[in-house]
Design a protein around this ligand. Structure first.
Ligand code: ADP
Length: 547
């Protein structure tokens, strides 16, 4: 990068000898140079770019000590093993450590270059860090997965928030905060809560061009949804092509999917927080060591997966927000080879997310999460490039509308000349010559109907009312609503698609069924058939319409 001296032969020699690399990646050198100057850094780097070198190199080069705060013991163990394999002394401290006395005495004599700790350790054992600093010195603190400090991110962890004490206790030690996913708001939060002093901020491109992203709608059942994403052998038996992770939203769903796949002869592991640590370790190892190609998991199967050749990540159920989604699909294709990321969802999946939303106490935080969720709902219904939408979430650039090859399902469909989203095309078929249609009147009618039934029925019933149906599901008092029959001239699929657009745009939301509400069909999938009810809070003032 301009303005920074090139690495010297000394630097390159250490890079080659200790890490086996012949050159720094451009942003790595910028960060390492700033660390060597004693500056604070805030780094947002796409997965696989090479974050670890940014703190490992300075420690080795200066024969100092890097203390690395990392969220997971398994992650630390992997890193320590990898460093030891390169003859770099490293250890981790934490409750899982068996030979504590020995490790501490080695640490205080300056044996280790890189020391991994959990954020909880800094809370409980800061005196050990003080002793380390007094006896050997600490040349830098690296805060890995730094987005965990922010509740505006997706993985908030209270002990991360308290890491601000490091700056107070060790004012002279530079801090390097690293993460793969952070919006501008999260970046600001990282810098302020860690007390970074005029940090060097580095943001690499978030794009992972080798990941193809697609969205599918759930069909009849688990097998009809998932088998099309598997290959068939010569006997017609299904199998995953390459290492595959299927993420499910709950433990129950994880078990259901894993057992169903096993039932049809597909070998897979399961991973969720309800399993014992031993069971989880076994599943993890069998997947990482290629003993099994498929793991069905909750997001608990996460940060510690350093497997380069994951070829497919499937979200079976709607993800809850862009940030965790991008982090999760980031586990695919770390080796740079083409990999596919699929979401398979039903609109009713958001009922689970809404249930969790209602548990959040702080109004501000709940609203933030709701906004993130609405954005995800919009993403799933997009007709334009999905990658552009995700990237714009992180960079605030407006997404480009030019479809690209090997990018996402919408780009592929647009390039092949087909309309991207059947649901919306039903709505857009009524666009005028200029490609515009004012949906205000129809939207208001739908919203008024939802209000008229006090948010207490499914979209299917709302449509029956709007279309003036006389069927039994339409209760007598619904027939007295002013909107009864007001939407006769439009088809059922038009109203369904419009309903979806209103949900995506945040004008209307599906809530779980209230007592006494219309609960028929609960648990069945498909738009309007999963027993969700509609509420229409705060929409009276929002009549901007769609154009
Ligand atoms: P991240 O934490 O950003 O996902 P890692 O630190 O795990 O990435 O590094 C990803 C891969 O890139 C590792 O296999 C690492 O050896 C490799 N790597 C890192 N820096 C370089 C470099 N300068 N030259 C070549 N390979 C590198």
């Amino acid at each position: 990068p301009p303005g920074i001296p090139a690495p010297t032969n000394d630097h390159l020699h250490v890079l080659q000898e200790s890490f086996g690399h012949s050159a720094f990646r451009p942003m790595q050198w910028k960060i390492i140079y700033a660390v060597l100057q004693g500056r604070d850094n805030c780094v947002v780097m796409a997965t696989g770019y090479g974050k670890s070198l940014c703190y490992q190199f300075p420690a080795v080069y200066t024969s100092g000590v890097a203390v690395v705060v990392s969220p997971l013991i398994s992650l630390m163990q992997d890193q320590v093993l990898a460093l030891k394999a390169s003859n770099i002394e490293a250890c981790y401290l934490g409750s899982a450590l068996k030979n504590k006395g020995e490790v501490y005495s080695d640490m205080f004599t300056g044996r280790y270059r890189v020391i991994y700790i959990t954020p909880e350790f800094t809370d409980a054992c800061s005196d050990i860090l003080v002793t380390l600093k007094n006896r050997v010195g600490i040349s830098l603190f690296a805060i890995d997965e730094a987005h965990c400090v922010s509740q505006w991110g997706h993985d908030f962890r209270a002990a991360y928030r308290r890491l601000g004490t490091l700056r107070k206790q060790f004012p002279k030690v530079p801090i390097l905060a690293l993460t793969a996913t952070a919006t501008q708001r999260v970046r600001k939060d990282i810098c302020s809560s860690l007390g970074l002093r005029s940090p060097e901020v580095t943001i690499t491109s978030f794009d992972r061009p080798n990941l193809y992203i697609e969205v599918r709608i759930k069909k009849k059942n688990i097998l009809s949804d998932l088998l099309p994403l598997m290959a068939k052998d010569s006997c017609g038996k299904y199998y995953p092509e390459g290492s595959t992770i299927i993420y499910c939203p709950t433990k129950k769903a994880t078990e259901e999917v894993a057992l169903t796949l096993r039932g049809s002869g597909i070998n897979c592991e399961m991973y969720h927080a309800g399993m014992t640590p031993d069971q989880r370790k076994k599943s993890h190892e069998r997947f990482v060591c290629d003993k099994v190609d498929l793991v069905v998991a909750t997001v608990a199967f996460g940060m510690g997966i350093n497997k380069p050749d994951v070829r497919r990540v499937i979200h079976y159920g709607a993800p809850s927000n862009h940030e965790s989604y991008y982090q999760e699909i980031g586990r695919a294709g770390r080796d740079g080879l083409p990999s596919v990321c699929s979401v398979i969802y039903a609109p009713g999946d958001f009922a689970v997310h809404r249930f969790f939303l209602h548990q959040i106490k702080s109004d501000e935080y709940r609203n933030h999460r709701r906004m993130m969720m609405n954005k995800m709902e919009t993403y799933l219904n997009l007709t334009t490039c999905r990658r552009a939408d995700i990237l714009s979430h992180f960079t605030s650039n407006s997404p480009s509308s030019t479809p690209k090859k090997d990018c996402c399902d919408n780009c592929t469909q647009l390039l092949s000349g087909r309309s991207a989203n059947k649901g919306v095309s039903r709505v857009t078929s009524c666009l005028d010559d200029e490609g515009k249609y004012d949906f205000t009147e129809d939207s208001l009618n739908l919203l008024k109907t939802a209000g008229g039934v006090h948010g207490n029925c499914s979209i299917g019933s709302l449509i029956l009312i709007l279309r003036g149906s006389n069927c039994q599901r339409v209760k007598p008092h619904w027939k007295r609503l002013s909107t009864f029959g007001a939407g006769k001239n439009r088809s059922e699929s038009y109203w369904k698609a419009l309903g979806k657009m209103l949900v995506s745009a945040g004008y209307i939301s599906e809530t779980s069924v209230r007592a006494g509400g219309e609960g028929r069909g609960r648990g069945r999938r498909g738009w309007g058939r999963y027993g969700s009810a509609f509420s229409y809070d705060a929409i009276e003032t929002t009549t901007k319409g769609f154009h």
